[in-house]
Design a protein around this ligand. Structure first.
Ligand SMILES: NC(=O)c1ccc[n+]([C@@H]2O[C@H](COP(=O)([O-])OP(=O)(O)OC[C@H]3O[C@@H](n4cnc5c(N)ncnc54)[C@H](OP(=O)(O)O)[C@@H]3O)[C@@H](O)[C@H]2O)c1
Length: 280
């Protein structure tokens, strides 16, 4: 049972806090005394102790030692340093969950040896308990490890299991997805201002329409085109708007964007910091 396990999060930044909040509220998946976090910043740790009554330390090894589950939530650039630091204290009894974008399971296992690893890729909506998280098991991870990782990330949204080779595609779709949708919300709001609303009202109309449509797609599980047909009357306003969107290539633009972001994620994983691929 997850409730009985001791969880340590190394790197107490935004994602760590979203996870801690999700695990503690509202369901109380894990009691606060079973959660520990480490970070380089004492101020940051003090804030987390005050807000969530969890254990904290500036020493990564101190909190990794007693943990049954170790969540790596530091930036990808420093993950190797952190892995080397904690490797002595990680054995086959611990489950290691990495959320570091672009960091392959092989790299983690090279340093931690035969460890049970699950690599996950959540998105920013973890901050509002609505994340989409993809999970890939390493070769030593068990069915139970996947279940446990799922329980942790279901506390901040939804989860799916994918093969690790698809993690760059996850980054291109659901990882970067919120950015695309923020962009769309802003475009709808600009349009609203253009047709006469205040920015405040335009933003509310735009964001709630996106939220409502997403909620309908999720809750009804109907094909989005069937839902679209429900609001597209013959000769009406919606089909007129859709005609313009497609004349500007909306579907192709979104498909190209996800493909380019997927390739960019691959490039970043290979250490290419300059954008090379402009072919799409
Ligand atoms: N945010 C997202 O939407 C998102 C989505 C998917 C995946 N991720 C992944 O999640 C991870 C964390 O992202 P984040 O947005 O939460 O980043 P973040 O807010 O920068 O959190 C990382 C934390 O680690 C601390 N840190 C730095 N060096 C450390 C060390 N040696 N030992 C322990 N802690 C150390 C940082 O402190 P300083 O700030 O003082 O350096 C910071 O508080 C990243 O690998 C990212 O790729 C994030």
């Amino acid at each position: 049972m997850l409730r009985e396990k001791y969880i340590t999060i190394v790197g107490a930044g935004n994602m760590a806090e979203a996870l801690i909040r999700g695990l503690l509220h509202p369901a109380g998946v894990v009691p606060p005394e079973h959660i520990a976090a480490s970070d380089v910043s004492k101020e940051r740790l003090d804030v987390l102790t005050q807000r969530y009554a969890i254990r904290t330390s500036r020493d990564n090894t101190e909190v990794v030692k007693p943990a049954e589950i170790v969540i790596l939530a530091v930036k990808p650039q420093i993950i190797q340093t952190v892995l080397q630091e904690i490797s002595e204290h990680v054995d086959e009894k611990k489950l290691v969950i990495s959320i570091a974008a672009g960091v392959k399971i092989d790299l983690i296992q090279e340093i931690l040896r035969p460890t049970r690893v699950v690599r996950v890729m959540p998105n920013i909506a973890a901050l509002v308990h609505a994340a989409m998280t993809a999970m890939s098991p390493g070769k030593y991870a068990t069915e139970e490890d996947i279940r446990v990782a799922g329980e942790i990330f279901n506390a901040v949204g939804e989860t799916v299991v994918v093969e690790e080779k698809l993690m760059d595609a996850v980054t291109g779709l659901s990882g970067s997805g919120p950015a695309y949708v923020f962009h769309v919300i802003n475009a709808l709001a600009d349009a609203g201002v253009r047709v006469g609303f205040s920015r405040e009202i335009a933003l509310k109309l735009a964001a709630q329409s996106v939220y409502g449509a997403a909620k309908m797609a999720i809750e009804t599980q109907e094909h989005p085109m069937k839902l679209r047909d429900m609001v597209t009357s013959p000769g009406g306003t919606a089909i007129t708007g859709i005609h313009i969107l497609e004349r500007h290539g909306l579907t192709a633009a979104i498909m190209n964007a996800v493909e380019a972001a997927t390739r960019r994620s691959q490039e970043l994983g290979e250490g290419k910091t300059i954008f090379h691929d402009l072919s799409i």
